[in-house]
Write a protein that binds this ligand. Structure first.
Ligand code: GDP
Length: 178
């Protein structure tokens, strides 16, 4: 559905407290971002143009996921609305890692089409002594789930833009392979 260069709708998914808001804030941080409140869903939307590998791409980031609700009807619109997904967990919270696996399975059901780009994101890698999920576990999980993997620290602004850039590269590859 997405045109060349976007806008691509990127959805943040993950358990409560893993850093979705922190990610959205970093994304929205620059002055040329535009907040809009015309989202018919529950949360926040930010659209901006970024440059990846010398080419512009417009991303619409949706931080609309309500991690607290078990209401499947409330969740499905968030799941269906994306061109791509950032699936976050916290490396300090094993339960959030398990939740990410569940969400990956749900995504496969809601979005059975192959090649919907998904990146599994292990956030809070700065909290070394509180780590509960190893890098190799994260990587292995991503391999099983056939998605990319990156560890980030929103607190240190480490690898967050790399995650967004990786997303754009995958979206472009998918477009070219159509
Ligand atoms: P959300 O519920 O997924 O939106 O999570 P938030 O973005 O609200 O983050 C939850 C808490 O974790 C907040 O206190 C953040 O400041 C903190 N946090 C988010 N990302 C990081 C990170 O990479 N490192 C550390 N140390 N704290 C983080």
């Amino acid at each position: 559905s997405a045109e060349p260069g976007g806008p691509y709708r990127v959805v943040l998914l993950g358990a409560s407290g893993v850093g979705k808001t922190a990610f959205a804030n970093i994304f929205a941080g620059a002055a040329d971002s535009m907040d809009s409140d015309d989202c018919e869903l529950c949360g926040e939307v930010c659209e901006k143009e970024i440059e990846v590998d010398g080419e512009p791409a417009t991303l619409t980031l949706l931080d609309t996921w309500d991690a607290e609700t078990d209401n499947k009807c409330a969740q499905e619109p968030c799941m269906q609305t994306g061109d791509a997904y950032l699936l976050l967990y916290s490396v300090t919270d094993r339960a959030s890692f398990l939740r990410a696996s569940e969400l990956r399975i749900s995504l496969r059901c809601v979005r059975p089409a192959q090649h919907t780009p998904i990146i599994l994101v292990g956030n809070k890698c700065d909290l070394v002594r509180r780590r509960e999920v190893s890098v190799s576990e994260g990587r292995a999980c991503a391999a099983v789930f056939d998605c990319k993997f990156i560890e980030t620290s929103a607190a240190m602004q480490h690898n967050v833009w790399e995650a967004f850039h990786g997303m754009v590269r995958q979206l472009r590859l998918r477009r070219e392979s159509k």
